[in-house]
Design a protein around this ligand. Structure first.
Ligand SMILES: Nc1ncnc2c1ncn2[C@@H]1O[C@H](COP(=O)(O)OP(=O)(O)OP(=O)(O)O)[C@@H](O)[C@H]1O
Ligand SMILES: [Mg+2]
Length: 487
C-alpha cells in the first residue's frame, strides 16, 4: 500500500481520487491547499503526489518547486484544467514526473500512478546482481538428492556451454530462480552479469522500455536515453521471470529478438546486437496459456526447446532431509545458535506434509522452528506444521452465510419486482455473481496487502482480467477502509 497525496481545492476531484486509490489498495491523503499538502508531507511518508495548479494561496507550481527542493525523489504529477502547453512545459521543467489535463481520464490517472510508484526491486538492480554472480560459492546453491533433481542437474550441466534459451517451469517456491542463477554460475558467461526481470512486477506501459531501453524523447517523460535490460546485461544472463505475464505485443517483440538476436531501443532504428543468454521462468502452464490465446504459440515453441521442469517438493520427498539439514545449519548460523541435526521423528513429520509453498515454505518453517527451539537437536515438538486454521474455516462459513443472505434478498426483490428483463444486467443472477466476485477480489487484495499481481496469482486470474473486474464490479470495493489496511 502506498500513501498518495492529492492536493486539489475541488472537493469532487479529491473524492474521486480517494475512491480510485482505495480501490487500488492505496491510502489517499487529501489536501485542499498548499499548506495542508506540506503538513501531510511533514507528517507522513508520501510515495507520490497529484497536484492541482490553480489553488487558493500558494499555487501548484510554486508548491512543486518546494517539494522538489525538500523531497527530490518524490514523483509529483501536476494536474491542470487550464492545460496550455506553457503550464505543462513549466511543470516538467520544474521536475514534475508528468502532467495530466483536466477533465481527468481515469485510465490515464491509473497508468501514471503505476508508473510513478514503480521502483525496480533491489535484487534486480544490476549492481546487486553483479556482486552476487561474480562470487560463486557465496550465494545460495541448488541442492537435492532425489532422482528428479539429479536429472535437473544433468540437464543443467549440458546447458552450461551453449547459449540455448531455456524455460524453467514449476510451482511457486520450487527453486526456479536458483536454477537460473546456477546455470549462469557454471556457464561461460559467469564473469558477466546475471540480471533478473520480473515481467509481472513492471507496469505494462513500462515493460518495453525496461527491456529494450529508449531514446531521449521517445515518449512523454523520456527525458534521458535509458539503457534497457537487454543492453545492460552485457554478455551475461538475462532471467525473464514470470514470462507468462508478458503482454502479447511484447511477446511478439521478444520472439523477434530471440530469432534475430538483435533489438532496438524504443524510438530508435539502430539495431543492437543481443549478447546474452535468456532464461525464462513461469509457474503457469504455458501450454494451456497458448490454448487460451494468452501466450503466443511461436514464442512458446522457441522457449520450450529446452525446458527444465522442477517438480514440486511433495513429489521429491527424498530431498526433504537434505534441504532441512541445509536450512537448519543456515538458520542456526544466522541466529547464533548451535544445532547438530534433526530428530528422525521430526523429519518424518516434515515428510508427511504436502508443502504447497514448496522449498520456500520449508526454508521459512525451519527458520521459525530454529528460532523457537533450544537445540542442539530439532525435535518434533519444535516443528509446527500448518494445519487448516480454524479461523479460516470460520471465515469461509461467514462468507457462505452472507452469500445465502444476499441470494435470498436478491430473489425476494426479484419476485416482488415482477417480471425481469433477461437482458437487464441487474437481475438476481448478475447481482449474485458480482457479489461473489467482489468478495473474492476484496479478500484476495486483503490477503496480499493490496498487491494486484499477487492477488491475481492467488485467484488464478489473469492480471488484466482482475483489473477489468475491479473496474466493473468496483462500485463498492473501495468503500471499506478495513479492507486494505496493513498493506
Ligand atoms: N534445491 C534447492 N536448494 C537450496 N535452496 C533452494 C532450492 N530450491 C529452492 N531453494 C530456496 O527456496 C527459495 C525459493 O526459491 P526460488 O526463489 O528460486 O523459487 P521460485 O521457483 O523462483 O519461486 P516463485 O515462482 O515464487 O518465484 C529460495 O530461498 C531458494 O534459495
Ligand atoms: Mg522466482
Amino acid at each position: 500500500m502506498s500513501n498518495i497525496l492529492v492536493a486539489d481545492d475541488e472537493h469532487a476531484i479529491c473524492m474521486a481520487f480517494s475512491r480510485m486509490l482505495r480501490q487500488a489498495g492505496h491510502r489517499p491523503l487529501l489536501a485542499a491547499n498548499a499548506k495542508q499538502a506540506m503538513e501531510h508531507l511533514h507528517a507522513d511518508r508520501v510515495d507520490a503526489v497529484f497536484l492541482d495548479v490553480r489553488m487558493p494561496g500558494m499555487n501548484g507550481l510554486d508548491l512543486l518547486e518546494r517539494i522538489r527542493a525538500d523531497y527530490p525523489e518524490l514523483p509529483v504529477v501536476v494536474m491542470t484544467a487550464y492545460g496550455t502547453m506553457d503550464t505543462a512545459k513549466r511543470a516538467l521543467e520544474l521536475g514534475a514526473f508528468d502532467y495530466l489535463g483536466k477533465p481527468l481520464e481515469l485510465t490515464r490517472v491509473r497508468d501514471l500512478l503505476q508508473r510513478a510508484l514503480y521502483r525496480p526491486a533491489p535484487e534486480t538492480l544490476p549492481q546487486a546482481a553483479l556482486t552476487d554472480a561474480a562470487a560463486p560459492g557465496s550465494a545460495a546453491q541448488l541442492i537435492g538428492q532425489s532422482a528428479a533433481m539429479q536429472e535437473v542437474f544433468k540437464l543443467m550441466a549440458l546447458l552450461a556451454d551453449n547459449d540455448l534459451a531455456v524455460l524453467v517451469t514449476g510451482e511457486s517456491g520450487v527453486g526456479k530462480e536458483l536454477v537460473a542463477r546456477d546455470i549462469h554460475r557454471y556457464s561461460g558467461r559467469r564473469k558477466a552479469r546475471f540480471l533478473a526481470v520480473n515481467c509481472a512486477a513492471i507496469p505494462e506501459p513500462l515493460i518495453e522500455s525496461e527491456l529494450f531501453g529508449h531514446e531521449r524523447g521517445a515518449f512523454t517523460g523520456a527525458a534521458e536515453r535509458r539503457v534497457g535490460r537487454f543492453e545492460a546485461v552485457a554478455g551475461g544472463t538475462l532471467f525473464l521471470d514470470e514470462i507468462g505475464e508478458l503482454p502479447l505485443t511484447l511477446q511478439g517483440k521478444l520472439l523477434r529478438v530471440l530469432q534475430e538476436r538483435q533489438f532496438e531501443r524504443v524510438g530508435s532504428h539502430q539495431p543492437l546486437e543481443l549478447n546474452a543468454r535468456v532464461i525464462a521462468a513461469t509457474n503457469r502452464d504455458l501450454g494451456t496459456e497458448v490454448e487460451q490465446g494468452r501466450f503466443r504459440e511461436d514464442l512458446f515453441h522457441r522457449l520450450n526447446l529446452v525446458t527444465l521442469r522442477i517438480p514440486p517438493l511433495r513429489k521429491r520427498v527424498d530431498d526433504i532431509g537434505l534441504l532441512s539439514s541445509h536450512f537448519l545449519q543456515q538458520a542456526a548460523a544466522e541466529l547464533g545458535k548451535r544445532f547438530i541435526g534433526i530428530e528422525p521423528a521430526a523429519l518424518d513429520h516434515l515428510k508427511s506434509y504436502a508443502w504447497p509453498g514448496n522449498v520456500r515454505e520449508l526454508e521459512h518453517l525451519i527458520k521459525r522452528s530454529v528460532l523457537g527451539a533450544r537445540g542442539p537437536v530439532l525435535s518434533v515438538h519444535d516443528v509446527e506444521l500448518p494445519t487448516a486454521p480454524g479461523s479460516e474455516i470460520a471465515d469461509g462459513h461467514r462468507l457462505l452465510e452472507r452469500l445465502g443472505q444476499a441470494a435470498r434478498a436478491a430473489l425476494r426483490q426479484a419476485t416482488q419486482g415482477g417480471a425481469i428483463d433477461a437482458a437487464d444486467g441487474n437481475g438476481p443472477f448478475h447481482r449474485l455473481v458480482t457479489f461473489v466476485e467482489q468478495e473474492l477480489i476484496t479478500e484476495a487484495l486483503h490477503l496480499t496487502g493490496g498487491n494486484q499481481v499477487s492477488a491475481s496469482r492467488l485467484l488464478a486470474l489473469h492480471r488484466t482480467t482482475l483489473r477489468k473486474k475491479m473496474r466493473t464490479t468496483g462500485g463498492d470495493m473501495g468503500g471499506d477502509d478495513e479492507t486494505h489496511k496493513n498493506g
